[in-house]
Write a protein that binds this ligand. Sequence first.
Ligand code: PRP
Length: 177
Amino acid sequence: MGSQPELHILLSHEQIEAAVKKLAAEIRQGYQGKYPLLIGVLKGSFVFMADLIRHLDFPLEVEFIRLSSYGRGRERSGKIKVVQGLRSKVRGRDVLIIEDIVDTGLTTGFLLDYLRQKKPASLRLCALTDKPSRRQTAVIIDYLGFTVPDKFLVGYGLDLDEKFRNLPDICFLEEES
Ligand code: PRP
């Protein structure tokens, strides 16, 4: 049968809500008088994106991109490709990437390069969580919610084999022995 994973709350929905509001205030400052294009990276970012934009009281455009990272769970091959691309033009736009987590940095690193080639007016990254202990490539996060430890996280959009995205809190999993 194998052991059942046990869920422990790392970041409560109250902590997340406070961080989302703080990030929204910073983003509001950074985009005064602009009409940014917010690009959420599917699937993980959809919960964060939905909450974040409701605290942004200025005109903005929402887009999503889906990338494949070849490999499930924690292991990454490093090969990334665009599975579902953008419909909006990026050239000349103030682009803000919305991520739920930066882990190895390979996904974000790829996306930054991909978008840079499309000549945006500006390109920044907002990530709710950052796991720097796993980094394989340097990534600058312009707007960051939390630095998190090297644990497998689920909830608030993050999954384990597509499960747990609907949890309101961000939890870590521990195998029961
Ligand atoms: C997660 C997360 C980031 C990426 C970060 O997505 O949403 O996009 O991993 O990992 P990295 O820094 O090691 O590249 P995932 O590939 O699990 O897909 P999902 O969003 O559909 O769950």
